[in-house]
Design a protein. Sequence first.
Length: 287
Amino acid sequence: MKNNNLQYRHLKEKFVFSILGLTLLAAVGILGLIIYFIFSKGIGVVDLEFLTQMPTNGMTEGGILPALLGSFYLVSGSILFAAPLGVFAAIYMTEYADKSKTLRMIRIGVNNLAGVPSVVFGLFGLSVFVKFFNFGVSILSGSLTLGIVILPTIIRASEEALMAVPDEYRHASLALGITKWETIKRVVLPASIPGIITGCILGVGRVAGETAPIIFTAATFYTANLPTSVFDEAMALPYHIYALVTAGTSPKQVPLAYGTAVVLLFLVISINLVATLIRNHYGRLND
């Protein structure tokens, strides 16, 4: 009887592992299919000139330099705004705030904010940054809007990373007479850097491909000049793809859209790879 039960449990375990393995293969297969489709359609137009030239002839020829720089400015600005704010908010919620009902409500609000559609953030940015603060349609307005989009992700990831640091680290530091802030700065934060970087990775991956928020706040269909200040509007890779596919009438624009998608996909993968290497480096140091 015991042998039958043991065999049954082994069979059940193998069945569950098989289902999980098939699910993983399906997910990886779908991802590989998407990457193959995009690269097969667009890699033929990607070269040095495509990356360094301005669009010409009604965006049916030339390159994507303005969109490439515009995306870089928007993503950089959003991270510069959201990362410090998100990390400090997580530090306060984890290390200083009382474990009260108010704190639980704040956490629920942050979680709900992460699920708000990005177009709603775009309308918020249009009303607040573009019109109320009179920043206009600009890189600054777009960066602040995208920063708000990824702020909940960074807060939650940073909070989880801080809470994962063992309390023994804090108690040992405080027992040596070190202040609470010094303990956070020299003990807790270094130990939680890999998780914080992960949150920033997720944020970069999201805002790099966002279209709806920047349509209202930063992006322009076409510009003959590169932005020279944060108050200039800019082209961006995701909106450029949208414009080429939906607003164009020339068949030449479709390969350019796929080529732009290849560049965007490569940038996102590269950013994630570099950030993963940084996270692993800090993880080894903490070990």
